[in-house]
Design a protein around this ligand. Sequence first.
Ligand code: ADP
Length: 320
Amino acid sequence: MLKRIAVMTSGGDSPGMNAAIRAVVRVAIHEGVEVWGIYNGYAGMYEDKMVQLDSRSVGDILQRGGTFLGTARCEEFRTTEGRQRAFENLRRHGIEGVVIIGGDGSMTGAELLSDLGIAVVGLPGTIDNDIWGTDYTIGFDTATNTVVDAINKLRDTASSHGRVIVVEVMGRNSGWIAMTAGLAGGAEHILIPEISVNLDELCEKLRQSHDSGKKYSVVVVAEGAGSAVEIGKKIVDCSGLDTRVSVLGHIQRGGSPSVFDRILASTLGEHATLALISGISNVMFGSRSGGVVTIDLADAIGHKRTIDPSMFRLANLLSK
Ligand code: ADP
């Protein structure tokens, strides 16, 4: 049974990270375990920026996006010396285990940290939903709801003017946000990195649907599939249709977490903390078919998360 643990957020922020930190802190304290917060991810571990937290430290954060501990990217942690220094900082404070909330890069760092002899448990925190082993990552639901809200608004103006609207969404190399928000938002076309699309054919389809009476079209582009500005230009060139581009950007990373993300973060946070305290290490907690699952960190980082082709097919079918 561990007596002192720490929690941190790392990599890109995502709505629901605060809910996860809150769960870790309060479950640990309930179990009689001391809990510390590490600021700015591996950077704070490396620079020894960490403090003991109590239940009040995590008050008033559940409803807030972002992460009150801060998050960062830390190049030093990629080196053996950097990780050793971070590990020694933890050891000096008597910290025996860490809950690391972040994306796949952060999970890779977590596994390397555990090699040095400290217990580590991961929680998938990223808007991109690109981590293998879990159906959903913390923040994805909120981000896709933000995108769908934006698509709804863009539809109003596209409809009024009879335009093509090209919306660029985040997701790094993954098409999950584009595909899910595209299906939920009724996009006519969805461009994702996992499936290549011929732009000339896309133009032809837009032209045909315009000629057959569609008043307007929404094209959702995942950032990993190309630049919406470039794709918008191409559509104008090859179809002549009145086209506008909207790059949603960092608005997708902010905002109050959805109910789904709060429940996911709280539930996974509880499981991760109880496991870590009991001595379990080197795993990530995730959600599959509505239940909580444990995934070996090596598996989570060793596999590539793929998209669900049936969702993509359905989005295409329903947008005709
Ligand atoms: P995310 O966790 O959102 O995928 P990054 O890929 O930027 O974000 O990873 C966050 C941090 O995790 C990095 O800044 C680095 O400190 C650490 N990290 C990522 N990959 C590695 C690696 N291969 N070895 C060691 N540390 C890593």
